[in-house]
Design a protein around this ligand. Sequence first.
Ligand code: S3P
Length: 435
Amino acid sequence: MTSLTVTPGGALRGTLTVPGDKSITHRALILSALAEGDSLVTRYCRGEDCLNTMRALQAMGIPIQEQPDRLLVSGKGLWGLSEPSQPIDCGNSGTGIRLLAGLLAGQDFFTVLTGDESVRRRPMGRVVKPLRAMGATIAGRKGGELAPLAITGSRLTGMAYQSPVASAQVKSSLLLAGLFAEGRTSITEPRRSRDHTERLFRFFGIPIREQGPALVLDGRPATGWQGVNELPVAGDFSAAAFFLVGASLVPGSDVTISGVGVNPTRIGLLTILQEMGADIQVLNPREEAGEPIADLRVRAASLRGVTIGEAQIPQTIDEFPVLCVAAAYAKGRTVISGAGELRVKESDRIATMASELRKMGATITETQDGMVIEGAAGRPFKGASCHSHGDHRVAMSMAVAGLVADAPSRIDDTACIETSFPGFERKLLELTTPS
Ligand code: S3P
């Protein structure tokens, strides 16, 4: 079993880049595959999650040339996918399996989608039910609530859907299905989730519009879309998050992360950390492939507790594990509520973060949809042996906690970091080792 040992001490200093955004990479691959002709996707996320989506598209007949810093996707047009001869393994990726379910529901062939133990525990009903309402034929364990999912491609009809959850995976799954459906698909969500799909639709020239709170798409467009010369993927804010917190906590730190996506639907952590007293500057704002990006400079600061409610959840959803670390080290109490979605991520992140941080001496009370964290006011955590629970973000968050402990900490089962952030340990080491 792979493990990571973090030795506390040195300030984090220097400049770094982070992997391409995982959410954008999944979508860039799928929309490039449906385009006519070649698209060059650069600075993509080489995490296993995205590589699994790439392999899925290759298994459906899409040629993709893979290089470490670029993917050349030779799209075959809207109806150009073909039946894979084997089940598709989405690995650890909830995004991969849910987006592909939408993509495949309206094809004229059969597919089986599956994933690792974590994915096979996660709720699929949230996409299966609305897809069935559009005419999809999907079977799965527990009536389609759990993967594997067997999808018999069907003729779909567009529909107006009010999603009960603010989920970009649900929204994107239905938008992809809507492309293959007859008529109009419209989707409304209770709060706005990340909008990378909508932005990439526009980047490729796929008509999509907003009508009040609804996103509206006309299916089966008469003309398809062309591949793009270059689709540079923004740096992943969710990967940058570990350094934003790490450098905020370790005295003397000064880190600049260049080329990070700062899409407003993603940067809840930035706002929350600033409210907690963090010293983070957003520099050199620019736009690439329809996404705002910037360089983020973060310097150590003392943080204080904060209250986080439902309205802040969607734009912060993947950053709660590392936010818990910041809160446990800050001065005062942090209260998080309305975050029940955390219980159905790669792990139950309320339970896993509470139990792992307690091993390091933190005082945390779980609630049904959040937690109450009594900050240590800058008193070092206890060096401890922790476990990732197979969750990449838990693994990296505990590594960040280890930076401000009184002794080395070991995090076990860290192979999962590969799903989103290959090279995380090296980057962390480079910043802490004086050059
Ligand atoms: C994602 C959406 C979010 C997020 C996940 C990636 C996406 O999930 O937690 O890591 O790329 O659409 P939900 O849509 O289920 O909230």
